[in-house]
Design a protein around this ligand. Structure first.
Ligand SMILES: *Cc1c(COP(=O)(O)O)cnc(C)c1O
Length: 355
């Protein structure tokens, strides 16, 4: 049975062009700066984001932590959303490894942080207080439904940061999805951030890796932090080769994933027993490659059984967010012709569950 894996875009495997490039990659010791393929990827990425320099990272999690630790001292405070990936899904790294205190603000349903709340969170100079040092923003915003936040918002946060001497980091794990959905070049976003992270390993299909970009001085410090965290890798051009293909060939096609996500969403909306999107989401927010839905309480099936039956009987894999809230993520390996299989799988499981 063919598997249709909608649990995340992290499940993407390399494309044939990536396998080919990995096979023939020119390699060297990247801890010494000797890997030509890594060096090329870093140059291409920096140029694309219009930053002075970039660094290949083993993961987005390490890239965010490296950014936090390269911007902040121990005891500094980092303003971030209570639904941010860094706060929820990165094992508390900024606190554990960085000695940095997250200052949480509630994320609005559109993924933003209230501008007045940001102003209010910035500490005065007082020995009782931690020092506010940076603001972490996320785009697309994963836990707010994969919504794309327009560049104008980042311009407003930049202004507040400049008025208060704060750094801005953009967790742009899926920034190219935001670009595709809003039809804006990536530099429209990156111009407002001191540092930017994006994942090569999600919708862009590379097997491993993220990019951290910023000023030459920031990347110099980040390189030491990456080493400290154990992220200095040797002949890693074998992975960077796939990353180059990701940037060359996989960015412009992301819009196809969004179209398929909306088609799946429209199909699920027709089914009784499901509430789509099933969570509070800004109705005007621009959506990308994620579909959320809730299995209504009146459908007499446990969330775990629902997932298991979709997979075992139809090969359709989906993710559970919490309770009866589920998430589907589209990516390169989910094709338009899979949509009818997905919707009939859902229909079958719902019908046989009753009532
Ligand atoms: C996936 C993700 C990360 C972390 O990336 P990993 O490579 O999985 O460590 C960070 N931020 C956001 C918004 C993400 O979606």
């Amino acid at each position: 049975m063919k598997k249709i894996d909608l649990r995340s875009d992290t499940v993407t495997r390399p494309t044939p062009a990536m396998w080919e490039a990995m096979m023939h990659a020119e390699l060297g010791d990247d801890v010494w700066g000797d890997d030509p393929t890594v060096n090329r990827l870093q140059e291409v990425a920096a140029e694309k984001l219009n930053k002075e320099a970039a660094l290949f990272m083993p993961s987005g999690t390490m890239a965010n932590l490296t950014a936090a630790m390269s911007h902040c001292q121990r005891g500094d405070e980092l303003i971030m959303g209570d639904k941010s990936h860094t706060f929820r899904w990165e094992a508390g790294g900024v606190a554990v490894a960085g000695g940095i205190q997250p200052h949480l603000l509630p994320n609005n349903p559109d993924g933003t942080l209230d501008l007045d709340a940001i102003r209010g969170a910035i500490r005065a100079d007082n020995i009782h207080f931690p020092r506010s040092h940076a603001i972490f923003l996320e785009n697309t915003h994963n836990n707010c439904g994969g919504v794309a936040i327009p560049p104008e918002y980042f311009a407003s946060v930049r202004e507040i940061a400049d008025q208060n001497g704060l750094m801005v980091h953009l967790d742009g794990a899926r920034i190219f999805n935001a670009c595709a959905a809003l039809k804006r070049p990536v530099t429209d976003f990156t111009q407002y951030a001191d540092s930017v992270m994006f994942c090569l390993s999600k919708g862009l299909c590379a097997p491993v890796g993220s990019i951290l970009a910023g000023s030459r001085d920031f990347i110099y410090r980040a390189k030491r932090t990456r080493k400290l965290l154990g992220g200095g890798m040797r002949q890693v051009g074998i992975l960077a080769a796939a990353g180059l293909i990701a940037l060359e060939q996989m960015v412009d096609r992301l819009v196809e994933d969004h179209t398929i996500a909306r088609t799946i969403e429209a199909e699920l909306t027709k089914l009784p027993g499901l509430q789509v999107p099933g969570m509070s989401m800004d109705p005007n927010a621009v959506r990308t490659n994620m579909v959320f839905f809730r299995l209504l309480d009146e459908v007499p099936i446990e969330a775990g059984d629902f997932i298991a039956r979709l997979e075992q009987e139809f090969g359709v894999q989906i993710g559970c967010v919490a309770g009866r809230l589920f998430r589907l993520v589209t990516h390169y390996w989910v094709k338009a012709e899979d949509v009818s299989m997905i919707s009939s799988a859902f229909r079958s499981v719902l019908e046989s569950a009753g009532p």
